[in-house]
Ligand binder design. Sequence first.
Ligand code: ATP
Ligand code: MG
Length: 260
Amino acid sequence: MTTKIFSIANQKGGVGKTTTAVNLACGLAKQGIPTLLIDLDSQGNASSALGIERVEDGSLYNVFLGNEKVTDKIIDSGRKNLDMIPSEPDLATLESVLLQQGGNYLARLREILAPIKRSGKYGVVIIDCPPALGLLTMNSLAAADYVLVTLQCEYLALEGLSQCLGLIEEIRESKANAALQLGGILMTMFDVRTSLSKAIVDDVAKMFPKEIFKTKIPRTVRLGEAPSYGKSIFEYDERCMGAYSYAALAKEVIKRFALK
Ligand SMILES: Nc1ncnc2c1ncn2[C@@H]1O[C@H](COP(=O)(O)OP(=O)(O)OP(=O)(O)O)[C@@H](O)[C@H]1O
Ligand SMILES: [Mg+2]
């Protein structure tokens, strides 16, 4: 199996990165694709959203430092086809430690994930990034085949997008990952009642007709509630709009990237 690595990124906070990482990973797993979800944000929201208890030394921290093996960090999420590497607060200090170490610190995660890619155990690896343009996000982009950008359907969304595109360009030019591609743009928290939501989707669709996903994620209370129960939207309420939307996104991703 070829493994495709997706980085879910946007330096803006609260734009649906984690909600998408978690529910897309679960949606793909439900479709029979062996999936690995990596929580690269020290906030640990993706881990807690799936009810994964944080355990000391559970994160990639020591793997980044070369002290431990990545395969020892993979845990069973308790769901069919879905494994996870959780986050720990220690990731918050990792960036400064990496900087002090010097060397090719942009390519660390790429090296770390190489054995996972070679093993072909997973069809997909999804990395949830922190809301920053720091070293962890850069490492994630350097390790990824595709970036998926989540954009909240709100004012200034496009400004965030152009910063993301700038970063992708930077990573390509730095030779850290010349093959990096913008895999898709996902419009999140779409509000059917506002014309602003629709206007923003139209703008993005005009500029990025190929990249924008047909599936839009609506703003729904259920999607906001599910993480506090440690459940994906499919486990929390399989028959809500949020679940239908993320199921549709999973199908669109499978088709776009020929995952089956
Ligand atoms: N479609 C949605 N409808 C309603 N609430 C949502 C939706 N998507 C996300 N949320 C809620 O909005 C908040 C921010 O979402 P999320 O954590 O996914 O964003 P993020 O980009 O990962 O944030 P951060 O940058 O802090 O990591 C969360 O409380 C989440 O539950
Ligand atoms: Mg997040």
